[in-house]
Design a protein around this ligand. Structure first.
Ligand code: FES
Length: 86
């Protein structure tokens, strides 16, 4: 049976989800299924039929990434401030 990881990468083309260990140890294949973080290398694709799946590509577009974006913007602002000529 196909793994969720393989379907995401090979059939859908979402290659941001990586295969590392392939044994559920490294987390390189992590995706969010119905709000739960799972290792997609361990999940048969049929098990998630009808579920909401968010990959790293989706995280980049989500509002929930706002705290990360805020930190990045603050860091960029600090860097810009320190680089400003006096
Ligand atoms: S590839 Fe390492 S946990 Fe899935």
């Amino acid at each position: 049976m196909a793994r969720l990881l393989d379907v995401l990468r090979e059939q859908i083309g979402l290659t941001g989800t990586k295969e590392g260990c392939g044994e559920g140890e490294c987390g390189a294949c992590s995706v969010i299924v119905n709000g739960e973080l799972v290792n997609s290398c361990l999940v048969p694709v049929l098990q998630v039929a009808g579920c909401e799946i968010v990959t790293v590509e989706g995280l980049a577009e989500m509002e929930s990434c706002t705290p990360c974006s805020r930190r990045s913007r603050k860091r960029a602002a600090r860097n810009a401030e320190s680089a400003r000529p006096e």
